[in-house]
Design a protein around this ligand. Structure first.
Ligand code: ADP
Ligand code: MG
Length: 354
């Protein structure tokens, strides 16, 4: 349903590698003072200005991490950047530069790669990061994209995964589970389309979910908010695999346990209604859905007053001693259920089997 309908098809070979790179990067401007040299030389040159430098990278493979039949290229470019920026913000740092490396098979014309780069450019503009380099090569099959993000932060503010303390509060940003449900909706529509290409899907009830899947936003704002509130989290991670598995990472690396309260999990109304429609448990979706790109962090109890009432932040539980384990305290019954790191792959398998 979201097939590439670009009428023009320009063979990439006609541009040559240098032609392609300069064509793709021509509209990118340098926004950061820390970028001394961007695209165009053997290396980019950065000036960290006394701050610590943070580096993170991700490799995305067609058919494994994305599917072009319902992921428009522009969205893919945007999302590939978001996934990396989210990792920088998860360290309580500011993202400032990215590099993009791509491998393309000859089935991709120039117009398709332009689409990809228009999404990358939108992300750079919106998040104030500079594209400072990359690599371009061919692949025998499919598209590969590797993004590296670079960030900067004061040493004292960098927040690791292994420093949560017993009795700290566990806080999550935004809401959970929507990206996973967006994927489910798109999968269903794709199957309907394959049976009847004339069927026009009515996706109004799922706009938020689809947007969360196709155009996630990394939480740059949270790094600012925490800074303004003068809160330095005691530990932090971003939610790519799902709340459950990220909480387990924080706990295991910090050698603490936790209690998460089911009735505190922030859910959008579209998540609740779509879970009912798909006969899914909204708590399971929130815990294991993944791809939300929200931040999960712990704070000292003494910082609670500073974050209280902030609409972006929800306290969902607290850290305990390691021996108490990692538990979900259920709604109503108040039972304690051990958290499991299901991740959204497990959810997916269960769904496609049935
Ligand atoms: P080298 O041969 O030294 O690796 P390249 O010809 O690959 O240099 O790259 C030339 C310049 O273009 C470098 O600054 C490189 O970082 C940048 N570059 C190459 N590919 C890309 C890309 N896909 N996106 C953005 N910049 C790129
Ligand atoms: Mg190169």
């Amino acid at each position: 349903m979201l097939e590439d309908k670009t009428p023009q098809k320009t063979d990439i070979a006609s541009l040559g590698e240098f032609g392609l790179i300069s064509h793709l990067t021509q509209y990118f401007t340098i926004q950061q003072d820390s970028t001394i040299k961007g695209v165009g030389d053997d290396c980019a040159v950065l000036d960290a200005k006394g701050l610590k430098t943070l580096v993170t990278t991700d490799l995305l493979v067609e058919g494994v991490h994305f599917n072009l039949s319902y992921m428009p290229l522009k969205h893919l470019g945007y999302k590939a950047v978001m996934v990396n920026l989210s990792d920088v913000y998860a360290m309580n740092a500011e993202a400032s530069q990215i590099t993009i490396s791509i491998a393309l098979s000859n089935r991709f014309p120039l117009e398709t790669v332009e689409e990809l780069y228009s999404g990358i450019q939108l992300a750079c503009e919106k998040y104030n990061v500079d594209l400072i380099g990359g690599d371009t090569t061919s692949s025998t099959k499919g598209l590969l994209i590797s993004v590296t993000a670079i960030g900067h932060a004061e040493d004292e503010k960098i927040t690791y995964r292994n420093t949560a303390k017993e009795n700290d509060l566990l806080v999550v940003t935004g809401d959970l589970g929507a990206a996973y449900l967006g994927f489910q909706v798109l999968e269903r529509e794709k199957q309907v389309f394959e049976v009847d290409p004339n069927n026009q899907p009515d996706l109004d009830a799922y706009t938020y979910l689809i947007e969360r899947q196709l155009k996630p936003e990394a939480r740059k704002d949270i790094v600012r908010i925490l800074n303004d509130l003068e809160v330095i989290p005691t530990s932090m991670i971003d939610i790519s695999d799902g709340l459950s598995s990220e909480t387990i990472h924080l706990c295991q690396q910090s050698k603490v346990g936790c209690n998460i309260y089911e009735d505190k999990l922030p859910l959008d109304p579209q998540v609740i209604s779509t879970c009912e429609e798909f006969d899914l448990n909204s708590t399971t979706v929130a815990l294991s859905g993944g791809e939300d790109y929200e931040l999960l962090f712990t704070i000292a109890q003494s910082d609670f007053d500073k974050i209280k009432g902030n609409p972006h932040l929800t306290v969902i539980g607290h850290m305990t001693d390691e021996a108490s384990g990692m538990n979900l305290i259920t709604r109503g019954a108040n039972q304690s259920v051990p958290l499991t790191a299901q991740g959204w792959n497990a959810l997916l398998e269960k769904n496609t089997e049935s």
